[in-house]
Design a binder for this molecule. Structure first.
Ligand SMILES: *[C@@H]1O[C@H](CO)[C@@H](O)[C@H](O)[C@H]1NC(C)=O
Length: 85
């Protein structure tokens, strides 16, 4: 009887750990990047740099395994640009 009870408890534990307890679901997240020119002064001379959402360098994208990230980019600068990851 004790052995049957033990096996039953192990089955419940296995279900909680591998089946029902932890649930990793692939999800989709959407980010918005607005690229703008900003001036900054270096060695006493003003220069233009491109910022992403006001940041330079741009924000880091963290993604979970299996996650889909969609990034909408609005280029508010003067020139055409490419974005590299
Ligand atoms: C930017 O790209 C568009 C579309 O390809 C093109 O028509 C335009 O001439 C480009 N502008 C510059 C400044 O390169």
């Amino acid at each position: 009887m004790w052995l049957i009870m033990k096996v039953f408890l192990l089955q419940i534990l296995a279900f909680l750990v591998f089946g029902g307890g932890i649930h990793c679901q692939a999800s989709t997240r959407r980010l918005t990047f607005v690229v703008r020119e900003a001036s900054y002064t270096r060695l006493c001379s003003p220069k233009n740099i491109l910022t992403v959402n006001g940041q330079f360098p741009g924000p880091t994208i963290y993604a979970m395994k299996g996650e889909t990230i969609i990034v909408d980019i609005y280029n508010r600068g003067k020139e055409n640009i490419t974005i590299h990851w």
